[in-house]
Design a protein around this ligand. Structure first.
Ligand code: ATP
Ligand code: MG
Length: 324
């Protein structure tokens, strides 16, 4: 898939090319954001190459990019909040949003901003770090399954089972620490894991859980800038760890692993979004649009009330009104 597909442009005030009015309405902004996000969507069709996807899409927003991105994000958050309310009320579908990225690509910020309008009762965020002893005593999906979203809810995975074909693939000493029977360490292991993940997501889809996978595509140059910022800003020191520098040295290996896993696990019902992440504001509107796209595909609506239930409500209302 090429990044020039879709050809969407976010409405810029007074933009001649898009013909948008100077004051774009919220719904127009969302429509454009959703169209824009399609550029970065990979649903498994055609050949996939990470190289075809940009790391900086911010210039698409025009000269007043930051202000416009904030406007688009605010409209998207409002819309997300309304859709989540219906998702919760309907209590049938659920949504799993997976975030994967190199360090400092902006996972935490994207989650914080995009989900800021979501009702905490209907949402759970889980961060997956290196597995502990109990987790290593189980298959790798075990710890993730415990945090799958209930019906009507949104689950956010900050890293996920995809680490099993990323960090574990890049550092095979981790694989050796996983307590697998020795005869299962074969050269097919990555192929098997990717197949299993694909089957697992298909199982989730068949059970009413849609999966949206976000890869925040940051450049090595931008990562360096953000690391330096973390080192130079006392309030950000806590965000930096020496292991971040160690992983940076394996950039190429990680990119190869990402490319392979996206190629093998992107499907229509569980697509990947390769989100340009060098511009945080731009990244957030694409993330929000991707989530909106998935919720939209569920055709959500509030449960309808039968004639009998309406009559019963009226009777109860009278009872309340007749109270002393
Ligand atoms: P931050 O942006 O705060 O750095 P983070 O997601 O990188 O967030 P860390 O605590 O720095 O959080 O890192 C978690 C680490 O755990 C990552 O390096 C990740 O690769 C590692 N990890 C996650 N899952 C696994 C796994 N299954 N096996 C081994 N390591 C894992
Ligand atoms: Mg980290």
């Amino acid at each position: 898939m090429s990044t020039t597909e879709g050809n969407a442009r976010v409405p810029v005030a007074g933009d001649k090319e898009t013909g948008e009015p100077a004051e774009s309405k919220g719904s127009d902004l969302i429509k454009f954001a959703k169209k824009l996000s399609k550029r970065y969507r990979c649903a498994g069709e055609g050949k996939f190459s990470l190289e075809d996807y940009p790391k900086d899409g911010g210039s698409d927003l025009g000269s007043d990019g930051k202000a416009l991105a904030e406007k688009v994000l605010a409209s998207s958050i409002q819309s997300l909040s309304e859709m989540q309310d219906k998702l919760y009320a309907q209590d049938r579908w659920s949504l799993l949003v997976i975030f994967q990225a190199m360090d400092a690509a902006g996972k935490d910020g994207a989650i914080k901003h995009v989900m800021s309008g979501v009702n905490p009762q209907g949402c759970e965020v889980t961060s997956f770090k290196a597995p502990n002893a109990e987790e290593l005593d189980h298959d790798y999906l075990w710890r993730c399954m415990k945090h799958l979203p209930e019906r009507g809810k949104i689950g956010i995975f900050n890293r996920s089972y995809y680490e099993e074909v990323l960090v574990v693939r890049v550092h095979d000493e981790i694989l050796k620490s996983e307590k697998l029977p020795a005869e299962l360490f074969t050269e097919d292991i990555w192929k098997e894991r990717l197949n299993d993940i694909g089957n697992f997501e298909s199982y989730l889809n068949n059970n009413g859980i849609l999966v949206v996978k976000i890869f925040l595509h940051v450049s090595k140059k931008e990562q360096k800038k953000r690391f330096l910022e973390r080192i130079d800003t006392p309030e950000k020191n806590w965000k930096f760890s020496s292991s971040d520098l160690k992983e940076r040295k394996y950039w190429k290996e990680y990119m190869d692993a990402y490319e392979h896993l996206i190629r093998k696990t992107a499907t229509e019902r569980s697509p990947w979004y390769i989100v340009p992440a060098d511009d945080k504001h731009y990244a957030r509107i694409i993330v929000a649009a991707a989530i909106l796209h998935a919720l939209d595909s569920m055709n959500l609506s509030y449960p309808t009330v039968s004639k009998e239930q309406v009559a019963e409500l009226q009777r109860l209302k009278q009872e309340l009104l007749n109270e002393d």
